[in-house]
Ligand binder design. Structure first.
Ligand SMILES: [Zn+2]
Ligand SMILES: [Zn+2]
Length: 248
């Protein structure tokens, strides 16, 4: 949903406290507007690199092509001395890359993620091509289809197990633990808010305000438009944000 300034932008119900924890967006939105200006001027996300050192992978052109736009976010926090820190994040990968200097990292070790996923993804694609070659409803086709399904389900499980999610009460849990093992939506933990809060929790930073906006070509369903602010998503983020914001 597009976000209004008078309601919290980032929130979730905490099982532990039996109440909702939340953050407002006004302060972070000001910094997001500055970030939007930089994206508009520089047309790349490796903002701190000089023009000569800029990496073409990080051009914002990517956001206006087939992949379409994505969410960006800023978390304003305080360190223990009371100085302000601005953290920024993009959702998911940027042009196939998980880690970009100056942006909050994912909730897993990228190397381990690639080790686990690359081989199996190749195998899944290869099975897909084999499945095509067999006649509809043949025994071989059905058994290959089952094999592919179980490979991708196991891969999802292994990937979810890599996510280590910290909160401000000093706890670290896996996605399975937070969801009690029930239906974890694909991409949970990859949005801006979880990346930002996880980084803050691990670096003893106290969150003050969080805002997320969309940048690039509008999404297919037309529910995300460039330059608009949105609250944390209902299906993937809200179920984990109560836990993540606990202990602020
Ligand atoms: Zn989300
Ligand atoms: Zn709590």
């Amino acid at each position: 949903m597009p976000h209004s300034q008078t309601s919290p932008s980032c929130f979730g119900y905490c099982q532990c406290c039996g109440q909702e924890h939340f953050l407002f967006s006004a302060l972070a939105e000001k910094h997001c507007l500055e970030l939007m200006r930089s994206l508009q001027e520089k047309k790349r996300i490796d903002i701190s690199a000089s023009n000569e050192d800029a990496d073409p992978h990080f051009s914002t052109e990517y956001l206006f092509g087939q992949a379409r736009g994505k969410m960006f976010g800023i978390l304003v926090c305080n360190d223990q001395q009371g100085s302000l820190h601005l953290l920024k994040a993009f959702s998911g990968q940027y042009n196939g890359i998980w880690e970009v200097d100056g942006w909050a990292p994912p909730l897993f070790k990228t190397e381990t993620f690639l080790d686990i996923s690359q081989g199996i993804e190749k195998k899944i694609k290869q099975l897909g091509r084999e499945i095509e070659l067999h006649p509809h409803n043949s025994d071989t086709k059905n058994s290959l289809t089952r094999e592919r399904k179980s490979l991708s389900q196991n891969l999802m499980k292994d990937i979810h197990a890599l996510y280590a999610i910290s909160n401000f009460s000093g706890e670290t849990k896996s996605l399975e633990e937070i969801f009690n093992g029930t239906g974890i939506p694909t991409g949970t933990g990859d949005c801006c808010a979880p990346k930002l809060l996880n980084y803050a929790a691990r670096n003893n930073l106290t969150p003050l305000s969080l805002a997320e906006f969309y940048w690039g070509k509008e999404n297919l369903s037309g529910t995300r438009r460039q330059g608009q602010f949105y609250e944390s998503c209902t299906d993937k983020c809200q179920p984990i944000l109560g836990y993540m914001l606990c202990g602020m």
